[in-house]
Structures are given as structure tokens and as C-alpha cells.
Ligand binder design. Structure first.
Ligand code: CA
Length: 465
């Protein structure tokens, strides 16, 4: 065939002129190719069940949407990583004035790619009465910190206006400051538990292998003297003397020397996606982003050690040889004593580029579906992966199902196709998932890996038409 691309041909990526000598043959071949393609597509389409769910775009114009929570029964709060919280009505209308603006409080962000910013937001369980709002963001490095560290994470309490629709930044009360050696692995997801306490997901401080942080030889996630690499739990309603918050008495390290009393669980790398089940046993789910080979989801239990940096998924992790691809090395029971296993893992495409079980390169945690619109998803964990390749937006949605027989076994993992996006290709980075007070789920995406442009969108997971 003289020309690779064929004018006016719907099967070709872009129109190009025909080479004169092969024009007729090329047109015929092109027509034949399109006919075959239609026949094959028709046959495949008939064999495949069309997805029961779809994505409906609710709102757009964000840079990097990372949190959705309900303000009330009819309005959502959408957090943009650049430091803004927007109020979005159930019809998608975005109020021009932000609910909260912390842009002036943030450390300077990079446009190209940045894991810092406004990363977490939660309303107090009695928000209607007390109007308390909690936010986690990356502030400039505080002066007491080594100058070669990167920034200081802030957990702050704010108070909304009497009508609950606006937050004055001057109401800020700083609860917790945590210094970060590197710009990445900040966690920052926060959520109130059924016990009324606030849970905070903390990354390991960044860089590779959880090492090189100046002070920790074992890695931050296994070092109980630092908040990094942990799930923390605090009581915002009953502050202790000398603290802006209280330490729940049942926190596992209370009273232990050389340990932070805020720690609830440890051995975490970068918990990107942390949520309580709105039903069932109200378990706490945390996705943990892997380094080289395995992405994982954990159910977080009091005093649990989730393995990092000794383990990645169900496998031993060797910081001297982090990319080792021996897939036969699943730990024996004696290896893993003392570590809690994830409820599921999947392979990272960077390490296993041809493996059909490799779902992407960075897990995006989600929620247990507790809505009414999609009964087949009831009680299942809906989440995603950021993208299948760094340079192109190619994120996917996934769903995990609890094992029937054993409460502690491995959950099964499946792609979650959506009718709105053929072949499950969202054509976007899946930044986060969110859930409203009705248990319905939202997917937050962007077309850019970094904090450039306003390509961020919020989609609602809805029944397919
Ligand atoms: Ca783990």
C-alpha cells in the first residue's frame, strides 16, 4: 500500500493525501478494512455485556480535584489541590465564591508535577451544630526544621459562617504540624471515624525506599518516633492539657517511650485514598501506593503494622534491590509474622508491562459503595488507578469484592467498565474518588499529570441508560 494514511477514512488516525499511483487500490483496501472493522466490532459488541454503570460529568474547570464530600443533602464540597474548596450544587452548578481558600497558606507549588497542596478535607460529624471544618495542606517549612527538608504539613480546624456556606481563613486553628523531608508521599487524606475521632493518613516522607530522611535508619514507616508513614488518630473534641487535641486512650502506643501517641497503625508508604465504610462494620480502608511492583488496599486496624518498608503488597521488599522481579517470593507465614496483609494487591505496569494483572502504575483509593442507584455494587470497594503510563492520561476504574467464605481472605479484583467510556478507557488521570452522604460515588479526574490548566472534572457514578 503506497500511503499509510487514507484521506477521509474513519479507520485512520489522521487524514493524509493519497499517493497518486496507488489511489484506487488504497481506496479499495481502506473500504475493505473499515468493513472488516465494523463486522468485528459488531461481533465483539454482541458478545460483551454492556456495563451497568456509567460516568456522568457533574462539574469541571478544576485544576486538580482531590476530595469530594457532602456539605448537606444537596450540595458537595470539591477540593482543588491548588488550595480552593468549591461549593457545587447537585445539578453541577459551582458557586463563584469558594467555600474555603487556603492558597496563601500553601508552600509554593510546582506546575509540572506536585504531590503537595490542599490534600484533605473533612467536616466535623456534628458540623450542623458546630460548623467545624478540618483541612490538611502543605505549608512552607517551619523554622525549627532542618533547612534541607521540604515543607511542613498542617492539620487545621476552621469554623464556617453561621449559614455553613463559607469559611473565613482567619478562623484557622492549627492542630498539628508535621515536617516533611521531601515533596512527595504526603498522604494527607483525613476522615472522621464512627468513634468521632479524626484519622489522618501520613506518607513516609518521600524519596525512594523510605530512607535518607536524616534521622531514621529503619525507615520512617517502621520508626514509631515519627508521624511519617502512619495512620494517626486524634480527638478534636477533648483536647489534652498542652495540646490542641486529645489522644484517645486506646491508641496503641499511649504511654510507650520513644513512640508518638497519635499513632493508630503504621508501616504505610503513601495512603492515597482513605475512607470509612458508611455501612457494615464501618471499617477503615486505605489504599497504599507501592514503590516498584505492587499496589495494595488495606483494612486498617488498631495497632496494625502494614509492612512498609519491609514489605510491598504480599511480598518482602528489599531496599537494596527494590525492583527485584522474582514473583515467586510470596512471603511464608513466618516471614510475615507481625505484619498485617493487604486485602488485595495488583501488579504495577512499570514492573510487569505485559502482565494482564497489572492495572496501572499508582493506586487511587476509593470507597465502599453504599448508595441506592447501583445495587450490584452494594458493599463492594470502588477505586481506581491513576494511569497506565505517566505521559498519557490513561486511568482506570476498578472494583474489589469481599470474599464470601472468610472475612480475612483476599478480595477479588475486577476492572469496572463504564458505558460512557468504551473499553474502560477514561482518557484521564484518576486523581481520587469521593462519596456523598447517600453513599453514591464520584470520580475525580484531570487531563494533566501536573497542576496545569483547568482540565479537572468531577463525575458521578450512575446507572447506564
Ligand atoms: Ca503493606
Amino acid at each position: 500500500m503506497p500511503a499509510r494514511f487514507h484521506e477521509d477514512c474513519p479507520a485512520c488516525p489522521e487524514p493524509r493525501p493519497f499517493a497518486r499511483a496507488g489511489q484506487v487500490a488504497a481506496r479499495f483496501a481502506c473500504l475493505l478494512a473499515v468493513t472488516v472493522a465494523i463486522l468485528v466490532a459488531g461481533k465483539c459488541g454482541a458478545a460483551e455485556e454492556s456495563p451497568a454503570q456509567s460516568l456522568r460529568k457533574l462539574a469541571d474547570g478544576f485544576v486538580s480535584p482531590v476530595v469530594v464530600v457532602s456539605l448537606d443533602a444537596h450540595r458537595l464540597l470539591v477540593v482543588d489541590q491548588i488550595g480552593l474548596v468549591s461549593l457545587v450544587a447537585e445539578d453541577g452548578a459551582k458557586r463563584p465564591e469558594p467555600f474555603l481558600d487556603v492558597q496563601t497558606r500553601l508552600t509554593k507549588l510546582n506546575n509540572g508535577f506536585d504531590e503537595r497542596g490542599l490534600l484533605g478535607l473533612a467536616l466535623h460529624p456534628r458540623f450542623v451544630e458546630n460548623r467545624k471544618v478540618y483541612a490538611y495542606y502543605s505549608a512552607p517549612l517551619r523554622q525549627s526544621c532542618p533547612t534541607n527538608w521540604d515543607h511542613t504539613s498542617h492539620l487545621s480546624e476552621f469554623t464556617a459562617s453561621p449559614d455553613g456556606g463559607r469559611v473565613d481563613i482567619a478562623s484557622e486553628k492549627l492542630l498539628l504540624e508535621i515536617d516533611e523531608p521531601y515533596s512527595n508521599h504526603n498522604g494527607g487524606r483525613i476522615a472522621f471515624g464512627p468513634d468521632g475521632c479524626l484519622y489522618i493518613g501520613m506518607g513516609d516522607g518521600g524519596n525512594g525506599n523510605d530512607e535518607g530522611h536524616d534521622r531514621s535508619l529503619v525507615g520512617n514507616a517502621q520508626d514509631l518516633t515519627t508521624h511519617l508513614g502512619k495512620i494517626l488518630r486524634i480527638d478534636v473534641d477533648h483536647p489534652d492539657a498542652g495540646r490542641a487535641y486529645g489522644i484517645p486512650k486506646s491508641n496503641p502506643l499511649v504511654g510507650r517511650a520513644h513512640a508518638r501517641p497519635e499513632i493508630f497503625a503504621w508501616g504505610i508508604r503513601n495512603p492515597w485514598g482513605m475512607s470509612f465504610d458508611q455501612g457494615g462494620d464501618h471499617e477503615l480502608f486505605a489504599a497504599d501506593v507501592g514503590q516498584n511492583r505492587y499496589e495494595e488496599v488495606n483494612i486498617i486496624r488498631l495497632g496494625g503494622n502494614y509492612g512498609w518498608n519491609q514489605r510491598e503488597g504480599h511480598h518482602p521488599f528489599d531496599r537494596k534491590n527494590p525492583g527485584k522481579l522474582d514473583d515467586s517470593e510470596v512471603a511464608t507465614p513466618s516471614d510475615r509474622s507481625g505484619f498485617l496483609e493487604p486485602i488485595l494487591e495488583y501488579k504495577n505496569l512499570n514492573a510487569f508491562p505485559k502482565d494482564p494483572g497489572a492495572m496501572g502504575i499508582s493506586i487511587t483509593g476509593g470507597h465502599i459503595y453504599r448508595g441506592r442507584a447501583l445495587p450490584h455494587l452494594q458493599g463492594r470497594y470502588v477505586f481506581g488507578d491513576w494511569t497506565r503510563q505517566w505521559v498519557q492520561p490513561d486511568g482506570r476504574l476498578l472494583v474489589a469484592t469481599r470474599p464470601k467464605e472468610a472475612a480475612t481472605g483476599e478480595w477479588t479484583l475486577d476492572p469496572l467498565p463504564v458505558a460512557s467510556h468504551p473499553e474502560s478507557k477514561l482518557g484521564a488521570y484518576v486523581l481520587a474518588l469521593g462519596q456523598d452522604m447517600d453513599g453514591e460515588i464520584y470520580v475525580l479526574t484531570s487531563q494533566r499529570a501536573g497542576l496545569l490548566d483547568r482540565t479537572g472534572a468531577v463525575w458521578k457514578l450512575v446507572p447506564a441508560k
